[in-house]
Design a protein around this ligand. Structure first.
Ligand code: HEM
Ligand code: HEM
Ligand code: NAG
Ligand code: NAG
Ligand code: NAG
Ligand code: NAG
Length: 545
């Protein structure tokens, strides 16, 4: 669990932070226009300085020696240059073979870097190395414009362990490299706090060994990434047998796959990720064994965090508030707690009757959730609600092992409209809930892309009204699902799901969540299905998860 949580620190903090990614922030600060071109300029300036040291005056008046200069770190000697010139011995990974004599500074060495170029010729190893470094750091810093012709996405080997496996780098060397990234950043005026975020993330991702596979960029599949494999290095976050098959220390000479050709590895990573469900992917990443038990653990951890916020540190260093705190979304106030405590008026659907005063947090509330439980009492409403949430999200994420005694299939109401029909929830409230699901996922190291898929599926299924009937799970019949019934909600106007016309389902458009549930009842009820069974398009979307 820790393994994966730590590994995505930087991705998560910089790509999906609510604020601006660090790349965008400093592109704007240094080059004014936040364009793809200028983002590449920022990364070129940064990486070139990391490699050869500062070649012009620095903002903070501190020189940056760069990684190629002999140095010491914590009293230990560091000398990286021979690794780059091929003089260190058989340290380059050429198609899985440890190879000596490969010069990576064959494109003019420092001279082109001083001129803001990666190399003096495109057909050099130096060009490839430097552009891949720009691309990787651009991705890690969340560059929003990266991905076009000018500044393409990372196209190198998706496993940093694989690239560096024969170098057997020691702790001092790793630490010095990371320190130089920080020093270069500071030398351009990056704040110490921001530089620390970057340094900590690099440390968590790479200055370790045997950590569970993690995606290097949002585009790549989970692969081993850590490569502190020499002296002073020990596993900081456990030993994952996938990344460290023969135990700590043996990895450099026991490559499991041997594959290291860039193109090849990338194709492997692509095909690995396709076909596996998100539930299976992240159960494996966080809990190693893809068992029914661990799939339930994954869903418990996720849903408990969505509901109660984070009770432990998050992988991305960002807190998750959970849905029960008062918040705002798009400037609109959101307050879900009263719906769960029964204080929002008659918002619970009890046998079709809108009922007030029903407390769904009657099983120890957050205290139980903190302990990784749905509730402290199996006979509580809280227990039922939470287990149904685990089950539904397990189904939506396509948990392959769900359906046994340990993690049963979904057994709640097959219509989400029916469950929520008297709540008259507005779009801001729906959005906030869905956003919390995404934030909770990311806080466990789920990639931005994967979290987006989940968010989109929830939007499609639930954040609307009068959508065509859809199956909630593979086991249930198509019925009404969309339950955005208040302000700002999208009406999909399907006459099967909403037979009384376009406006009949919405209630008053000025009503907001929690304020007019009683008056909305009649209007919502008009939207009952009239027997027609049709598969909603959302069903197909869902299965993509
Ligand atoms: C946080 C630390 C580091 C990061 C993020 C990093 C990143 C990278 C990347 C992206 C590549 C290009 C991979 C490709 O083209 O597929 C690379 C290659 C390389 N790195 Fe590192 N690196 C780090 C630390 C180090 C250290 C400490 C050394 C010490 C010598 C080193 C030596 C090399 C060499 C020699 C290559 C060329 C190897 C090849 O492409 O086969 N790196 N690194
Ligand atoms: C994508 C968004 C949502 C999903 C997937 C979802 C899912 C669920 C599920 C599966 C249940 C249990 C149903 C059962 O036991 O039969 C439930 C109940 C409940 N939900 Fe939601 N929900 C969502 C959004 C919301 C929002 C925004 C609120 C705002 C207050 C809310 C309030 C409740 C309450 C109070 C209950 C207990 C009602 C009952 O069981 O009668 N939900 N929800
Ligand atoms: C590197 O930075 C220091 C401090 O700003 C400066 O004194 C030195 O001249 C710089 N080096 C070059 C080559 O510009
Ligand atoms: C590297 O050394 C530092 C300082 O001694 C230590 O805290 C850290 O755990 C070491 N890292 C690894 C991967 O062993
Ligand atoms: C929630 O996450 C934040 C960021 O990782 C952390 O600072 C905070 O301590 C966490 N909250 C709890 C209760 O652990
Ligand atoms: C649970 O759901 C799966 C996936 O749809 C299905 O194959 C399985 O038969 C279900 N199990 C039970 C006990 O209903």
């Amino acid at each position: 669990m820790y393994l994966f949580k730590f590994v995505n620190t930087l991705l998560a903090t910089t790509v999906l932070a609510t604020g601006q990614p660090l790349c965008d922030k400093y592109t704007t600060a240094l080059f004014k226009d936040n364009t793809e071109d200028n983002q590449l300029k920022l990364l070129t300036a940064l990486v070139n300085t990391v490699v050869i040291g500062n070649f012009s005056a620095t903002v903070n008046n501190q020189p940056v020696p760069g990684i190629l200069a002999p140095a010491t770190f914590n009293g230990q000697p560091v000398n990286m240059l021979p690794f780059f010139t091929g003089q260190q011995g058989a340290t380059a990974n050429v198609n899985g073979v440890a190879t000596a004599g490969v010069n990576f500074l064959d494109g003019g060495g420092a001279d082109p870097l001083k001129q803001g170029l990666p190399a003096n010729s495109q057909n050099t190893r130096q060009f490839k190395l430097l552009t891949h470094l720009y691309q990787l750091f651009g991705s890690l810093l969340g560059c929003s414009k990266q991905g076009g012709q000018v500044f393409p996405n990372y196209a190198g080997n998706p496993s940093m362990t694989d690239v560096h496996r024969f170098m057997k780098l020691d702790n001092a060397t790793m630490s010095f490299f990371i320190q130089q990234v920080g020093a270069a950043a500071l030398s351009f005026g990056v704040t110490p706090d921001d530089a620390n975020v970057v340094g900590n993330a690099l440390t968590a991702l790479f200055n370790d060994q045997c950590t569970a596979p993690a995606p290097l960029t949002p585009q790549s599949s989970p692969q081993p990434q850590a490569f502190c494999l020499g002296s002073g290095c020990s596993p900081q976050h456990g030993v994952d047998p996938t990344s460290c098959p023969q135990g700590p220390g043996s990895l450099p000479n026991n490559s499991p796959s041997g594959a290291s050709n860039n193109q090849q590895s990338q194709q492997n990573s692509g095909s690995q990720s396709s076909g596996q469900s998100l539930c299976d992917k992240y159960t494996t990443a966080l809990f190693k064994d893809n068992t029914e038990d661990n799939q339930l653990k994954l869903l418990t951890a996720l849903v408990n965090r969505v509901v109660g916020g984070n009770f432990t540190a998050t992988a991305n260093g960002k807190p998750v508030t959970g849905i029960l705190v008062k918040g705002t979304f798009d400037g609109q106030p959101v307050d879900m707690l009263p719906f769960f405590t029964g204080q929002s008026g008659p918002t619970t659907n009890v046998g079709g009757v809108a009922t007030a005063g029903i407390n769904f947090l009657d099983g120890g509330a957050a205290d139980a959730l903190k302990q990784g439980l749905p509730a402290n009492d199996p006979n509580s409403r809280q227990f039922k609600l939470l287990t149904h949430l685990y089950q539904l999200f397990g189904s939506l994420l396509a948990c392959s092992k769900q359906g046994g005694q340990v993690f049963p299939n979904y057994s709640g109401n097959p219509s989400m409209l029916d469950t929520h029909r008297f709540m008259n929830l507005n779009k801001a409230t729906m959005d906030f809930f869905i956003d919390q699901v995404g934030q909770a996922a990311i806080s466990f190291g789920v990639t931005a892309d994967d979290a987006t898929k989940v968010g989109q599926a929830l939007q499609t299924l639930f954040n609307n009204q009068c959508a065509p009937l859809a199956k909630l799970t593979p086991q249930t019949a198509p019925t009404e699902q969309g339950f955005c019934l208040g302000d700002g909600c999208q009406n999909l106007k399907d006459q099967t799901a909403c037979p009384n016309g376009v406006q009949s389902n919405t209630g008053s458009t000025s009503s907001s969540s929690g304020s007019s549930s009683a008056s909305s009842n009649g209007k919502v009820i008009k939207c009952l299905p009239r027997g027609a069974i049709s598969m909603g398009s959302s069903v197909h979307k869902r299965s993509e998860l």
